[in-house]
Design a protein around this ligand. Structure first.
Ligand code: MOS
Length: 723
């Protein structure tokens, strides 16, 4: 189905099931620990052996020799895979560095060997007996030092509108400030893990992956086999945050290990491997310049961001939101990419906007202060309803102003004292901060198959994934609404590459696009059912019945002679060119900062989101509060510490890489504006999974400034920077 805009009235608008705060249909499995994750799939195939990954002990150089003799002789060892004995290996489209090192080593903990043994303990013990001699070469590990040699990344041209330099120089009120965000780790609960088994030429991987079809293609590329011979199955995923958008070493090494050992092999990346073996969000250095008239109109806005990656990698696109968020005739945004020999940089939840807004929305706060304006009023004055770089292109919907106004009212913004450091509560300095949230709504084609079973149940099959987001439930709600059945009558099967190719879970596009694909398939199924029952195409599907005029029969009657299946794909053509599609939020935070120790405690948080139809307010709220929690981490705690001599992330486990815990998050509230976007899809929905993070860090930094009068432009805002 090609989506035609604007979406007219359709069965989703009834809102009998869609839009309800229903419990997750997989909730019981999750909360009882019985949802099988990749490494736990003991029953899918017998005789699983264990693989343990050996990571490179240098950041850059060559493997001179590998001595496997001692490891091979260790108890229980079945096989050892290295680049030297694995045959010809390719590289995935999504991988910047190769997944298996040798002889070149491209980054620290790049996999150099997989030891396969009867038991996990035997594999791990033998892995320590693999002797690798390296020749280390010098690498670049320091973004600040590499920054001046950074270049414009391919495909990310500078964006220049009007005369930025001239307008900035002439502006009566100016801000020119530099902000820094650190390297961050996804740190999801479930590590990357895979079980591999071969049947002749055919490989099956039970794995943990957000994007099944990308993964299928890249496994084939890595192994040099045909994609038809690869099956990925990933029904339950213990978090991804972008770290599982791409196939990693666990999958490819499990496949090679299974081939070498002649039996199924399971591999999980040990937690201390994950920071350096997989991807991370790269650090940024950002310079923002804003010029405005005395009455607060932005006349010039400039945002430059520097980040680093391995040769052939990409930038953190931290200037994206600055192209779209505020009006202003003269604009300059650009990305610069340095070559660094740290582990591979890549997408982490809201790549681009998350760190970009941590800089931009503090700059806006600083500018408001220079102008003597309330930061909310400054934002509202500079709102735009069209793409400020291409004024002929409207936003499909944009309710940033309503988010700010409603949030201010709800949070009690009028009680904020604009003078920094003026409010005390015992030993605590108390402050409030605000920031705008912005994240794009990306359109991706997505397919699904639906089947009316003989017992009247409806089965949905799609390779869409549920990374903890609630996909199972919103897909079930969509099919239930469309087919007019109770949600308990819908069976959802996800994550199998044998199913139709979906949008996958990435870029917060999963909810809108994957359900729209199910909608399209249901439209076809309704047609097939109506035809089978001799109804007109306009028959109504409700309460388990099909009704037209005064004739009404049970839906299940249509499948009496056998199941009826339908498959379809939602696609959008060039819709994304005609409209700018984005999601908006306001984030409000109150903090207390200890006057003596500099410790920051978040006291209250509020997010107001405008993101189209909210398919399930309960799972959407969970997405947003989870993202707000991640925003607290980004603002106050999270930082991969770089060893600039040897080129690796030092704090590579959950003891050293701090993320917020429950005790850090006392109070969160989420409000969804009542909106539908008929230009986003037949579902009229968007996504919130990344929006919830965008702007949070800046709101916290702004609240800390309001509490203390100390402006920290270097995240995380730890107590040493406040004292
Ligand atoms: Mo998201 S970083 O595209 O999983």
């Amino acid at each position: 189905m090609k989506f035609e805009t604007p979406a007219g009235a359709n069965p989703i608008d009834r809102g009998k099931v869609v839009g309800r705060p229903l419990d997750r249909i997989d909730g019981k499995l999750k909360t009882t620990g019985t949802a099988p994750y990749a490494y736990e799939r003991h029953d899918v195939i017998p005789n699983q052996a264990y693989g343990h990954v050996v990571g490179a002990a240098i950041a850059k150089g060559r493997i001179v020799a590998i001595d496997l003799a001692e490891a091979k002789a260790a108890p229980g060892v079945l096989a050892i895979v290295t680049a030297g004995n694995a045959g010809k290996l390719g590289k995935g489209q999504m991988n910047t560095a190769r997944l298996i090192a040798g002889p070149e080593v491209e980054h620290y903990h790049q996999a150099v060997a997989l030891v396969v043994a009867e038991t996990f303990e035997q594999a791990r013990a033998a892995a320590h007996l693999v002797r690798v001699d390296y020749a280390r070469t010098k690498g670049a590990f320091d973004l600040a030092a590499a920054k001046d040699a950074a270049t414009m990344p391919k495909g990310d041209e500078d964006s220049l509108v009007g005369d930025f330099a001239g307008a900035f120089a002439a502006a009566p009120v100016q801000l020119d400030a530099e902000y820094r965000t650190p390297d961050e780790s996804h740190a999801m609960m479930e590590p990357h893990a895979s079980i591999a088994a071969w049947e002749g030429d055919r490989l099956t991987l039970w794995t943990s992956n957000q994007m099944i079809n990308w993964g299928k293609g890249d496994v084939a590329r890595n192994l040099g086999i045909a994609p038809e011979n690869v099956r990925l199955d990933s029904p339950y995923i213990g978090g991804g945050f972008g770290g599982k958008l791409f196939v990693r070493a666990d999958a490819v090494l499990a496949a090679l290990g299974a081939k070498a050992a002649g039996r199924p092999v399971k591999v999980a990346l040990a937690r201390p491997m994950m920071a350096n073996n997989t991807t991370h969000r790269p650090a940024t250095i950002q310079r923002i310049r804003i010029g405005a008239t005395k009455d607060g109109r932005i006349t010039a806005i400039g945002h430059e961001s520097w980040s680093g990656d391995l040769p052939g990698g990409g930038p953190e696109t931290a200037v994206q939101q600055t192209r779209l968020l505020y009006a202003g005739a003269n604009r300059m945004t650009r990305l610069r990419l340095a070559v660094l020999d740290l582990p591979e940089a890549n997408a982490m939840r809201a790549p681009g906007e998350a760190p970009g807004l941590m800089a931009l929305e503090v700059a806006i706060d600083e500018m408001a202060e220079k102008l003597g304006m309330d930061p909310i009023e400054f934002r509202i004055l500079n709102d735009t309803q069209v793409d400020p770089e291409k004024p002929e292109r409207p936003f499909s919907q944009r309710q940033l102003v309503a988010c700010l106004r409603q949030g201010a009212e709800r949070f009690g913004w009028s009680r904020r004292n604009a003078t920094p450091g003026a409010v005390r509560d015992g030993r605590w300095l108390v402050g409030m901060g605000v920031a705008a949230g912005f994240r794009n709504n990306l359109l991706q084609k997505s397919a699904a198959r639906v089947r009316l079973e003989t017992d009247g149940r409806v089965t949905v099959e799609t390779d869409m994934t549920d990374i903890g987001t609630g996909t199972y439930t919103i897909i079930a709600q969509t099919a239930a609404e469309m087919m007019g059945v109770d949600i308990g009558r819908v069976v959802v099967k996800l994550g199998d590459s044998d199913f139709p190719v979906s949008a996958g879970s990435g870029g917060q596009w999963g909810a809108n696009n994957a359900t729209a694909g199910v909608y399209a398939a249901c439209v076809k199924l309704r047609e097939a059912v109506a035809q089978k029952l001799g109804f007109n195409a306009d028959a109504d599907f409700a309460d388990g019945r099909v009704t037209s005029g005064n004739r009404s029969v049970p839906l299940a009657d249509a499948a009496r002679d056998g199941p009826i299946a339908a498959e379809d794909l939602i696609e959008y053509g060039d819709l994304h060119r005609k409209y700018q599609q984005s999601t908006f939020a306001s984030h409000f935070v109150e903090v207390g900062v200890d006057r003596f120790t500099g410790e920051t405690r978040v006291r209250r948080m509020l997010a107001v989101c405008a993101a189209g139809r909210i398919l399930n307010p309960k799972s959407a709220r969970s997405q947003v509060i989870g993202a707000m929690t991640m925003g607290v981490g980004a603002a106050l705690m999270e930082e991969l510490a770089v060893d600039k001599r040897f080129g690796f992330f030092v704090n590579h486990d959950l003891a050293g890489y701090e993320v917020p815990v429950h005790a850090d998050i006392p109070h969160q509230e989420v409000i969804f504006l009542d909106e539908v976007d008929p230009i986003s899809s037949p579902m009229k929905a968007k996504g919130v999974g990344e929006l919830g993070l965008c702007g949070v860090g800046a709101a916290i930094a702004n609240a800390i400034y309001n509490a203390t009068g100390v402006r920290v432009r270097d995240y995380p805002v730890t107590l040493d920077k406040l004292i």
